[in-house]
Ligand binder design. Sequence first.
Ligand code: SF4
Ligand code: SF4
Length: 195
Amino acid sequence: MNPYHARRPRMRGERYLKFRCTECGNCCSDTIVPVTDEDVRRLAAGMGLKAADVATLYRESDFDDKGEGLQFANLEGGRRTLGLLKRQDRANGREACRFFVGDRCSAYAHRPVTCRVWPFTLGFDASGRRVSSLSINPALPCPYELDGRNTVAELAADWRWDDRQDAAWAAKVSAWNRAHSTGTRDEFFAFLGLA
Ligand code: SF4
Ligand code: SF4
């Protein structure tokens, strides 16, 4: 048999395996990075910070798309979700993630899973096991180059990690909302084990 025919089926968007980030900073600036309690715990532990120094609560109206697809908890003043704290970047005047320092992620080893997955979108076949498509999320301008190297295995592992973490986060927010029609930030953080 011609060994060519024994190769795995082609994946749509396979060229994006050559994606290389040009470090423009767009995905770390001028946007809210939504996170889960697990992200906050990992970042806080890794950076030696308190949870309140890592993330804060955002309203639906803080997001351009009203936080579509995000989980919101019933809290004092309305529904809120967790996102990374932001700060004003004095160098370029942009509002940036608090960990974006000197045009770099100062928390790279501990960064949220969503930052690890960005800007890829993965599609899977009917079995859910094989990655069948790869694309670049168009939500933000991302001036990438195609001279890098990424593996399907690594991308799929991060994507599945993100899925598992999101599911656990959704379950916790649902449990909070079933038991609480309102609450303070401190009560919510304590419920999440972030106090
Ligand atoms: S944690 Fe790092 S990668 Fe994620 S938005 Fe902040 S600076 Fe960017
Ligand atoms: S927007 Fe794209 S090119 Fe710019 S820093 Fe983020 S991943 Fe890299």
